[in-house]
Design a protein around this ligand. Structure first.
Ligand SMILES: Cc1ncc(COP(=O)(O)O)c(C=O)c1O
Length: 480
């Protein structure tokens, strides 16, 4: 794998697997043993070349970190120990707790804030919603569910919020419709006045506002909400203030970026991912909660077979299983601990600044190319743009500007817009792999520069290929 990483620039970012390769992974349960060498050869020849490619510097799709070799080695150590971090008295839990305190320190949370490693921010946001529900309705809801609740709870977040927040409300039993989506301003940040008005309207309609979710980097554009304004509002309205910092919050490691997050230290809870901007290998999501007691009340479930002791292996209560749904848990903390120890927050912060600087380079290049158009302000390290052809020419067949277009429509084949086709062409070329999204109803090429290996070379290659393929698709109406 060290060779793979050191030679990765010679590979395509991604390539589709052929039918024969797919077929290898549809065979039946093996009854007889194969040698380790043979299984490893299959890995080398038929799995490794067909990974999605996020370790590659040309990968710019969705929100994927590139990983780092220190974290990779730590994963091997963790697998060798084979620790279960649900509970019991052992030093791996002390390592996790040390990282919890480091993260509380980074974000200006109290020293005794609670934290938990989880798969990703989808789970971290879900846990935060459940703790917020406990604050609103009491721990009794864990037994009674929503029976007897006269007023329906409402949470608020901007329209730019990741879909996992609505899903968290769905899974919490409150229903995804209990998320009131609030419009954004021209910087794609939540409109605070609209939020204030929505809360007043909902209260007047007999509903019960309970939680506001702010974004420290939205998924589409990397916009950071005015977190101090949200904290003020939540204080006034006595609402839980949660921040989804999945893709952006760890920018707090950078001296230069830190002022952008002012107010994050006032959140009641925070979701973030080490596997994104901090380059820790998947998966390494994390939730931080200001009020440890409330967090514990939301999840602790006594059972005789998990009883605690003053001494022996069952000492050390409370255990991590008292803070989340998982009982069996792997040692994710170790790869984060190693990454933080070996690189330090200063260097990691500088790496993040570097990705923001690359995003600015891409923005400048787009501004200099009349055939390209920037579709959203560049807040951090995400750039949304489109190929529009020569502005003077009128014959181009992208999708019409439709503000009501929903993201689910992106998959529609009848739509077949130029920029969707262009993103697929870029991915299939192996040169650069952005993803697509909708910005104000227009299909955007979305380059999310989360990989520490990405350089100016890959950003230029993306632009050159976007221009080349854009011209071909537009003129010939065919795939390049
Ligand atoms: C802003 C935001 N929130 C939440 C998530 C979900 O995080 P995860 O994929 O780690 O579950 C993402 C993923 O990209 C995201 O960008």
């Amino acid at each position: 794998m060290l060779d793979y990483i050191s030679e990765i620039r010679q590979r395509p970012v991604w390539q589709p697997a052929d039918a024969a390769t797919e077929g290898r992974f549809q065979t039946r349960l093996p009854r007889n043993a194969t040698s380790l060498g043979e299984a490893y050869a299959t890995f080398q020849q038929h799995i490794l070349p067909f990974a999605v490619g996020n370790a590659h510097p040309g990968f710019m799709g969705w929100v994927h970190g590139g990983g780092n070799v220190v974290g990779m080695l730590a994963e091997m150590l963790a697998a060798g120990l084979n620790s279960n971090l649900g509970g019991r008295d052992h030093i791996p839990i002390a390592v996790e707790q040390q990282v919890v305190r480091w993260i509380a320190e980074l974000f200006g949370f109290p020293h005794d804030a609670s934290g938990l490693f989880v798969t990703g921010s989808s789970m971290a946001n879900f846990i935060a919603v459940l703790v917020a529900r406990t604050r609103a309705l009491g721990a009794e809801t864990r037994r009674s569910g929503m029976r007897g609740q006269e007023k329906s709870l409402v949470a608020y977040a901007s329209t730019g919020t990741h879909g996992c927040v609505a899903k968290a409300l769905d899974m919490s039993g409150l229903g995804s419709e209990s998320l009131h989506a609030i419009g954004v301003n021209d910087q794609f940040c939540i409109d605070i006045d609209a939020l204030q008005a929505a809360i007043a309207d909902d209260r007047a309609a007999g509903k019960r506002p309970f939680c506001v979710v702010g974004n420290a980097g939205t998924v589409d554009t990397g916009a950071i909400d005015d977190l101090n304004a949200l904290a003020d509002l939540c204080q006034r309205e006595r609402l839980w203030f949660h921040v989804d910092g999945a893709c952006g919050a760890l920018g707090m490691m950078s001296e230069r970026l830190r002022p952008r997050y002012a107010g994050i230290e006032r959140a009641d809870s925070l979701a973030l991912d080490f596997h994104k901007w901090a380059q820790v290998p998947y998966d390494a999501g994390f939730v931080l909660v200001r009020d440890r007691r409330l967090h514990q009340e939301t999840f602790a479930s006594p059972a005789a077979y998990l009883s605690r002791a003053e001494r022996g292996m069952a000492a050390g209560s409370p255990w991590p299983c008292d803070y989340g749904p998982d009982l069996s848990r792997n040692f994710k903390a170790l790869k984060v601990w190693f990454t933080l120890q070996v690189y330090g927050t200063q260097r990691l912060g500088q790496m993040m600044e570097g990705t923001c600087e690359l995003a600015r380079c891409l923005e400048r290049r787009i501004a200099a190319e009349p055939e390209l158009e920037l579709l959203a302000p560049v807040s951090l390290n995400i750039v949304c743009f489109r190929y529009r052809g020569h502005p003077a020419a009128s014959m181009w067949h992208d999708a019409p500007r439709r503000t009501e277009l929903r993201s689910t429509e992106l998959n529609s084949t009848e739509l077949n817009p130029l920029n969707s086709e262009l993103v697929i062409a870029l991915q299939e070329s192996g040169i650069a792999a952005p993803s697509s999204t909708l910005i104000n109803g227009q299909i955007a090429i979305r380059a999310a520069l989360f990989n520490h290996r990405t350089t100016q070379h890959e950003v230029d290659a993306l632009c050159d290929a976007a221009l080349k393929f854009g011209r071909k698709i537009k003129l010939l109406g065919i795939r390049p």
